[in-house]
Design a protein. Structure first.
Length: 251
């Protein structure tokens, strides 16, 4: 099979995953959107975290045209994307016990806020402890993970638990263990990961639900507009002025 055929297989696999999460995670998406809307109305702040490639979906929510201005990235040095050198350091840091508490203790997070934690496997100490300690501090947690890992792998946290076990709402990406959608006889390992596509779609569905929920309550959603449309910068300046005390990515 040529490259075109393999590319088509990936599109089909990604589309099937998207259709599955659309059908099976609708209630969870609604619950997550309502949780975030509740937080905004109550004066809380919104944060998102992901380590390594899981950070890509978290970053896609922050300072995003069409997104909520009040969503902030909870940044951990060495874990935001793969820009750290060596890149393998990020994978190692996810397994360090106690790091999550240090991060939370030195972050703006406080009781009444909401935190989205993205971790495909949900098995490493960092996301597990981050959810556990955040909730203990009065922060509501939305976890985005593949629940299949809890059934097919062992937790790396001393408690034996996974991210999904410490969340107010869980969004299951349905991604298979290993995150590779294509296998070929001529290639010794499976390839073509779809977790970023699916996780980003899930979270944008949550953001859309949040905006609609705020509007239904008579609250103008604090949405950003593209700087490449007329009056976009003026619009964003107004929103950032109004919600400046809940925005942490400008300083």
């Amino acid at each position: 099979m040529g490259e075109r055929g393999v590319g088509e297989r990936f599109f089909e696999a990604a589309a099937a995953l998207l259709e599955r999460v659309r059908a099976e995670e609708a209630d969870a998406v609604e619950a997550a959107g309502e949780l975030l809307a509740d937080t905004v109305v109550a004066g809380g702040r919104l944060f998102a975290f992901g380590a390594g490639h899981s950070s890509l979906a978290a970053q896609d929510l922050v300072y995003r045209a069409g997104g909520l201005a009040v969503m902030n990235l909870l940044s951990v040095p060495g874990l935001v994307g793969v820009d750290v050198r060596p890149a393998t350091l990020g994978s190692a840091l996810e397994r360090v016990d106690g790091l999550a508490k240090v991060v939370l203790d030195n972050s703006p997070l406080r009781a009444g806020d909401a935190l989205v934690i993205v971790s495909l496997s949900g098995r490493n100490p960092l996301p597990v402890e981050m959810a556990l300690h955040a909730r203990a501090g009065g922060v509501r947690v939305i976890g985005v993970t593949s629940v299949a890992y809890a059934a097919e792998t062992a937790s790396r946290h001393s408690s034996g638990t996974f991210l999904k076990d410490h969340c107010d709402v869980v969004l299951d990406s349905k991604v298979a263990v290993g995150d590779a959608e294509i296998s070929l006889d001529a290639v010794p390992a499976p390839f073509a990961p779809a977790s970023t596509v699916v996780t980003s779609a899930l979270l944008q569905a949550v953001m859309a639900t949040t905006a609609a929920s705020l509007a239904a309550r008579g609250v103008e959603p604090p949405l950003l507009r593209s700087g490449n449309v007329d009056e976009g910068h003026a619009w964003n300046a107004r929103v950032m002025e109004e919600y400046g005390d809940r925005i942490f990515y400008r300083s």
